[in-house]
Design a protein around this ligand. Sequence first.
Ligand SMILES: [Zn+2]
Ligand SMILES: [Zn+2]
Length: 145
Amino acid sequence: MVVNNIDVYLREKGVKPSYQRKRIFEYMMNNLNHPSVNDIYEALINEIPTLSKATVYNTMNLFLEHKLIEVLPIDTNEARYDVFNPKEHGHFKCDVCGNIFDVSIKINVEDISDDLAGFKVDSEIYNFRGTCKACHESGKENQAI
Ligand SMILES: [Zn+2]
Ligand SMILES: [Zn+2]
């Protein structure tokens, strides 16, 4: 997804583009590693000293409400967010480094199960967990807790 003008984009989505909201959304666009509220706060606090975690949290909820982002349905201790991407993709969570990777999905929903024949599918969610390639190759998986 490419957004040329965040100001216009937020307005289109019904969100009043305050400076903090724009910076938070920009951060989401530039960091597709599914940041948590804490990650966003830590990344922007130097630049925006008036920022609070509550503001980031409230902003994420506002973005969610207006479908600008989605919260990942993957089990972690803290919510992780994704810039809304209409193209279906799955997520792989590494239990060693904690990173969440986007994975493209090559199959069609009709091919997954005959039991879905005749059903109208509105949402497809693919979650995978395990050890990512880098952690696997470095043998770090044995240190997983
Ligand atoms: Zn990893
Ligand atoms: Zn994603």
